[in-house]
Design a binder for this molecule. Structure first.
Ligand SMILES: [Zn+2]
Length: 210
């Protein structure tokens, strides 16, 4: 059969249909077979994937820096106009992948725990803010500056805790849920005290109630 050709790479004798056409070769075909071309391509992809990925990351970061506002605006617009679609797709994916969803929830929970462990002061400050809001103990004139000051007090408690190796809490001098009055979540109603004192204080309050 005249239509057989030997591949210069694997040495296999194969029909011409197993070779890609190449006009500038005398035979009109590539010297290597399709199978070898394919293997070479896969080989190149896997050998260079790290480099290409790194280049892509650099490119993405640069592009993002250069067009930050445009990209953010576009993504905001997109989220707004596809909100329902996105929610539906998420619901659909969740119902099809209960195992993956459960695993993702676990991972998120672990991450949250880890964050709380490494940022106890920020976590405590957020919690206090939320609780104060529920109890209407946050005056309307409290601004971000004031919350920053409160955050500093929670940070102080963490610094003292780390320094003495003993738990320090931020205490509301006038309790938020007082018997006769409601203390405010404002910096001048906050005090950093050892946890042991805080426990004594709440015990006393409970005793007083009885
Ligand atoms: Zn070959």
């Amino acid at each position: 059969m005249s239509s057989l050709k030997v591949c210069t790479k694997c040495g296999g004798e194969k029909p011409l249909t197993e070779f890609k056409p190449r006009k500038d070769n005398p035979s009109g075909y590539r010297t290597t077979c399709k199978r070898c071309d394919y293997d070479a391509r896969i080989d190149w992809y896997s050998r260079t994937i790290e480099v290409r990925r790194a280049k892509q990351v650099v490119y993405d970061a640069t592009a993002y820096r250069n067009h930050r506002d445009v990209i953010l605006e576009r993504s905001r617009n997109y989220s707004r106009s596809h909100k329902d679609q996105h929610a539906a797709r998420t619901r659909e994916w969740n119902s099809r992948n209960p195992d993956k969803l459960a695993a993702a929830n676990l991972r998120n929970r672990d991450r949250q725990y880890e964050w709380r462990r490494t940022h106890p002061d920020v976590y405590a400050a957020h919690g206090a803010k939320r609780k104060a809001a529920q109890l209407n103990a946050t005056p309307p004139w409290i601004d971000q500056n004031h919350f920053d000051t409160i955050a500093e007090i929670y940070k102080t408690a963490k610094v003292l805790t780390d320094f003495y190796g003993e738990q320090f809490d931020v205490d509301h001098i006038e309790p938020l849920r007082g018997k006769t009055s409601c203390g405010l979540h404002v910096w001048w109603n906050l005090a950093v005290i050892p946890h042991s004192d805080n426990v004594k204080k709440s015990n006393k309050l409970i005793l007083n109630k009885n």
